[in-house]
Each structure stands twice: as C-alpha cells, then as structure tokens.
Design a protein around this ligand. Sequence first.
Ligand code: BGC
Length: 453
Amino acid sequence: MSSPPVFPDGFLWGAATAAHQIEGSPLADGAGPSIWTRFAHTPGMTHNGDTGDVACDHYRRFKSDVALMRELGLKAYRFSISWSRVLPEGRGRINHAGLDFYSRLVDELLENGITPLATLFHWDLPAALDDRGGWLNPDIAHWFADYATTMYRALDGRVPRWVTLNEPWVVTDGGYLHGALAPGHRSRYEAPIASHHLLRAHGAAVQAYRAVGKHEIGLVVNLEPKYPASESADDAAAVKRAHAYMNRQYLDPVFYGSYPQELREIFGDAWPEWPQADFDLIKTKFDFLGINYYTRSVTQATESYPLRAGAVKQALGTYTETGWEVFPQGLTDTLTWVKERYGDIPLYITENGAAFFDPPTADGDRVRDPLRIDYLRKHIGAVKNAIAAGCDIRGYMVWSLLDNLEWSLGYSKRFGIVHVNYGTQQRTPKDSARWYSKVIASNGAALAEPLPY
Ligand code: BGC
C-alpha cells in the first residue's frame, strides 16, 4: 500500500520577488519615486551606492521572465506592486501606464498557467507620502486602503490571493528604529507608532477587500524562533522579550486585538496607548497567513538588550552569506507554534531561501549551488514535517526567483535560484532551480532522491 502524499493536491509551489528588488526603471512611464529610490540615491546608504535603477530590468523583461518561470514549472509567483508606479503621489491621481504594467504581468502569468500572488506593500512607500510623515501619519491607513482598492478593482478578477503588507517588523525595526533601511530613521519613539499604523493599514485594506474583492487576502510576517544561549534565568527572560518583539508584535494584535505585555517593558516611556477602536480595525478577520522564514536566533541577555538582544553564533553552525545560521528545525518549530498560538488559519511559506557565494563556473553556463540545494531541501523537509504534525500549509515560495537587489546590501548578496549577470541581464537557472523543478513536478517526492553532487 502506498503512503498518502505528504504535500496536499494543489500545493502552491512557487517563487517570490519584490518590485524594488527586480523591476528597475523606477521612474518610467509616469511613476513617482519611492522612499527606496530616494534612500538609495542618498550617498552612503547602500553597499557600493547600489540603486534599483536597473536591478534585473524585469519591468522591461517580464515576458521572458514569465517564460522562464514556466520552463521551471512554477505553479505560483509572488510579486509586489510598486505603490508609486500606480499612484505617483501615493494617493489621488492614477498613473494608468503603471497600473497597466501589473495588468500585463498578471495576464502573462495566467496565460502560462502560473497563479499570481500579489503583495500590495513590500517596503517601497511613495516618497510623496513619506513627505507627509509616512507610516507615522495616522492618515496612512486610509491612503493604503484607497490604493489597495484601486488594485482590487483592476486585478481581483484575475488575482486570487492578495497580501497587504510584507514583514511589518522589518519596516519598523529597519526603517524607524535602527535606520539601516528606508526611510532611515533611528527612534525608539517612532518605531511603535509606525508599527501601529502599519497594522491599522492592514486592517483597513482587509475591510476594503471585503467590499470589493471576491477571493483571499492575508498578511505576511517574518518569524524567527528564539532559543536561549544558556539555561540562565536572564537568558530565558531575554528570549521571552525578543520573541514578543519580533514574533508576536504583529500577530497578537491581528489575532487577539492586543499587544504583548513585554513591549511596554521594552519600549518604556516610548510605548504609546491606543484607542480600543484601533484594535477592532486591526483584528479584522483575514484569510491566510504568509510566513517568511530564514533563520533562528540563539539569544542572550546582553547590555544592548532589549532592542538588540545579543545573538550568539554557534560554533558548529553553518552560516549563509548574510551571516544567518542554517536551522531548518526552526521552521517546523515556528509553524507548529503558530498553529498552537493562533489556531488553524491556512498558512503559506511566502519566503524561504539563502544567499550563498555561487558565481557562474567555468563550465559553460552552469551555476553549481550545492549549499542552496541543501538549504532548500532541508527547509522543504521541515515544511513536510509541519504538515505531518497537522499544520494547514498550502504553499511554499522560494526567495528568490532571481538574484536581485538586497536592499541596503545592494547586489552583493545573491538569493536567486536563477543567476543574473547584471552586466548583460542574462538569466541562468542555477542547479537549485533545476532541482526545485523536479520537486515541483513530483509534488515533493523528489526530496527523497539523491542530490546531483
Ligand atoms: C524580505 C526580502 C529580502 C529577504 C532576504 C525578507 O526580509 O522580504 O525582500 O530580500 O528577506 O533578506
């Protein structure tokens, strides 16, 4: 008797990207600048001064990129929409040429049998809205819902799954607290305000969807399990706070309508109080949760605590080019924790992947990336284990389809399963892409096959 398939029928195997990281041509055809265009053009803000002006030139090459996705057998493609391409000032006037780009992309995907999953906000806030305070201005919830409604009206007939926000934690921690990401602020006071308005914007966009949309809408968060560096009570307390800050800060409000108590201790006098009506909006029911998983952190109580809990490197660990430990068990642990704490909402792995140093080798156009194959194989195995443990996981998206612009780190880190030569824009599927194609074609059975090395 054959055992039942582990990955459910119709499991969405795909790959993910984001507008600023791949599109290029950020000001083409009437688009307005985003905070990332402005940030990257500010001297000293990105590695090597790298900008998204060209990136992977996907704006002009989207048809051949979709052909490549089809060749690889992807069932789904998660992309993001650049808000300021569609609304150059962030609100009001629609730039139809920008909207049309996403319409043509969606058509192309559907014609090639690939399901689109559209993210409304993946960090590239219109610069015109930042000039009005960006995520610190309470009006942004309505600006976002209006923009979202424009997109639903244009594309919901063809896009079955929407994501409101990608990783609100990174937006506030990187953009408003530590300043490594746009808009580059460093303020303990601003971070919780930006978080709250991101959550209100999420709730407002879900409510707007119920009025106009007919399919599904969800939220994407990045989760990183925390393990204590020692058995000391101090480290246990540090883990609890780091976990509340990174993993519960957004999920507790959207599921339960309140912030974790620990955030008050962490932010001290910078922690604001909010009206109950805000939480009624924030906990508007949505249809699925997307989880981005890359690594874990082994946490220690240090002097820099609480907002930068000390992460301890493991002597025997394997680390990626971004310095992240390869820890697949953390993905299973995270998924089972989400189910236990927040219940049975359908889950998607909306990002998982790794940057490794894998230049094209001398033998023709082959790119050998055994470390990435190993990483993906173990993490997809971790998803399989979570499904076996009862988690309702409906899809898995590799980060990323293409090598691309890694935000402030510029083009120095390559996450793609497809290599991009930034001089010629030539795409070369890496060995990991070929391997992933087999996993998709076999609905996961190829995980058990010997590796090509
Ligand atoms: C983001 C991606 C990013 C990736 C790797 C995620 O935080 O959503 O845009 O490239 O991680 O750092």
